[in-house]
Design a protein around this ligand. Structure first.
Ligand code: SF4
Length: 115
């Protein structure tokens, strides 16, 4: 869609630091030893800041031939609905422990690229 790449949009981000997909904390911090208490501590330790949220949705209706993302073609709705319920619970958890610290400025949805 070329109309989404308007000159105004390009100018807006030409010299800006763009959001970058990552997790908090970053992936190397996670292991099977990390439990709820540790995760709660990490969330509560965030500084008050603006935040951009990335919500990973790893399901597509069909696979694009050029796709390089972590995604699955969902033939049924049940796994997608289960995933969305887990995502809702994760949003509730983060809001409970870090919601007062974060001012959400952007929300991005997508399927992250494969490493
Ligand atoms: S993640 Fe994007 S590129 Fe990959 S199959 Fe889904 S819509 Fe297509």
């Amino acid at each position: 869609m070329t109309d989404t790449l308007s000159p105004e949009l390009l100018a807006r981000y030409a010299d800006a630091r763009l959001p970058r997909y990552t997790s908090y904390p970053t992936a190397p911090h996670f292991s099977p030893d990390v439990g709820e208490a540790q995760y709660r501590f990490w969330l509560a330790s965030l500084p008050a800041t603006d935040a951009s949220l990335y919500l990973h949705i790893p399901f597509c209706r069909a696979m694009c031939w050029y796709c390089g993302c972590h995604t699955t073609v969902a033939a049924r709705e049940a796994p997608v609905l289960r995933y969305l319920e887990c995502l809702r619970q994760e949003i509730d958890l983060v809001a409970r422990y870090a919601g007062s610290l974060l001012s959400v400025r952007h929300v991005h949805f997508g399927a992250a690229p494969r490493p």
